[in-house]
Design a protein around this ligand. Structure first.
Ligand code: KE4
Length: 438
């Protein structure tokens, strides 16, 4: 596959942008090789600057539920653009999208829009601290909630991909109130509450740990956190930036009967434009300025183009049968990849929920990845990298990191899924032959 233009542009970009990218995981450091510079996207496909086409299972890390350049999104944005790009004043669009989210997410009664998932979680934690008068927060190793100082502790996603020991530049004072536990370890959370009585403002958790790969919550884990928070006077913050509208139309909270005090959203609700949101119980959200004293602001928050793209995306996403069809495709692909590995005798652990999925190549059979410690211990990152590049060279684009999830769109076809499974089965077969050959 010719990638000379990507290589040239990457060399140029590294002279003017740190690492040549504007978000670390894009640099392919988790898998090696040259990141592909993308020229365009259409439907389920992207085309790079060398003219290579890729079936896209990253979908901008989740936002593109409808795939690239969906006609309804393009038409809505084209029309909105004629009226300008930003007003710095309220618009009906913001209320429309807020009402759409409130109508769908059971625990959300009021919403504030921001410009990224990072802003959403950072603001949610400030709100929890304001609402409780407490300072400590609990997060889970390997979970990623954006790059706010207090959350860059044992973070997932790009931090995990690069194997960074957290981040320089984050002063101890910024993380001294951040407590961590292993994902799926409810006892550890109970211990923290016992050790820090009346000091924990909130527990923030991803409903699915999809920034360390793809780890499902153990039965009772999320409900247990919710009950602990309720009983100990802390707020339960569900970070649905990735899972919201992807795990189920009403998010993980809708599907799994959760009742978080605050929900963080992003990605799909912006349809590929910069957006984030935090929302929750009315009496909590009313503490946010200017209704209340907790300050948070943003020049482009609720931007009319982002609101337009989000509304157009959710309108199409909620058309009858669309979500269910994409969820079926997701299940077929995830189970197809698993079956291919099982047939070839390649140790692999896959998971899927709604329209998102993931898989780990394992460094030994019969082990289970249930948290960040076991992910670091048992994920075979070299084999993932080999799989990634072999598939990429055949025009299939998975995440350039073992510690990321994958996504499906309504633009992917049955033939796309079948072709991906066939290609994956061939790669697994080659891996098995190499292993047998010594
Ligand atoms: P952003 O600030 O990147 O919009 O959102 C941060 C965030 C918060 N919460 C969850 C659960 C998230 O998954 C994210 C961001 N996700 C990563 C992908 N794993 C963003 C990709 C990137 O950093 O380039």
């Amino acid at each position: 596959m010719n990638t000379s233009e990507s290589a040239r542009l990457f060399a140029e970009a590294q002279q003017v942008i740190p690492g040549g990218v504007n978000s670390p995981v894009r640099a392919f450091r988790g898998v090696g090789g040259t990141p592909r510079f993308i020229a365009s996207g259409s439907g389920a496909w992207m085309t790079d600057v060398d003219g290579n086409r890729y079936l896209d299972y990253v979908l901008s890390w989740g936002p593109l539920a409808l795939g690239h350049a969906h006609p309804a999104v393009v038409a809505a944005l084209t029309e909105a653009l004629q009226r300008g790009t930003s007003y710095g004043a309220p618009t009906k669009l913001e209320s429309d999208l807020a009402e759409r989210i409130i109508a769908t997410m059971p625990a959300v009664e009021m919403v504030r829009f921001v410009n990224s998932g990072t802003e959403a979680t950072m603001s949610a934690l400030r709100l929890a601290r304001a609402a409780t008068g407490r300072d400590k927060i609990v997060k889970f190793s390997g979970c990623y909630h954006g790059h706010a100082d207090m959350l860059l502790v044992q973070a997932g996603s790009g931090v995990a991909t690069l194997g960074l020991p957290d981040s320089p530049g984050v002063p101890a004072s910024a993380t001294s109130n951040t407590l961590t536990a292993e994902y799926n370890d409810l006892t550890a959370v109970e211990t923290l509450f016992a050790h820090y009585p009346d000091q924990i403002a909130a527990v923030i958790v991803e409903p699915i740990a999809a920034n360390m790969g793809f780890v499902m919550p153990a039965p009772g884990f999320l409900q247990g956190i919710q009950e602990l928070c309720q009983n100990r006077g802390a707020l339960f913050i569900l970070d649905e930036v990735m899972t919201g509208f992807r795990v189920a139309p009403g998010g993980a909270q809708g599907d799994w009967g959760l009742d978080p005090d605050i929900t963080c959203l992003g990605k799909v609700i912006g349809g590929g434009l910069p957006v984030g949101a935090y929302g929750g119980k009315r009496e909590i959200m009313r503490q946010v300025a200017p209704a209340g004293p907790m300050y948070q602001a943003g020049t482009l928050s609720g931007n009319p183009l982002a609101m337009t793209a989000g509304l157009a995306t959710l309108n199409a996403w909620f058309e009858s049968g669309v979500f269910e069809a994409v969820a079926e495709q997701t299940a077929r692909l995830a189970t197809g990849i698993q079956a291919s590995a099982d047939t070839a005798g390649i140790p692999l652990q896959s998971g899927h929920a709604g329209t998102m999925f993931g898989f780990y190549f394992l460094n030994e059979p019969e082990v289970a990845i249930t948290d960040y410690a076991t992910a670091r211990q048992h994920a075979d990152t070299q084999r993932y990298a080999d799989f990634f590049h072999t598939m990429l060279d055949q025009g299939v684009y998975f995440a350039p990191s073992q510690f990321e999830a994958a996504f499906m769109s309504s633009a992917h076809t049955d033939a796309d899924i079948t072709d991906t499974i066939d290609k994956a089965a061939a790669v697994m077969g080659e891996m098995a032959a190499e292993t047998a050959g010594g």
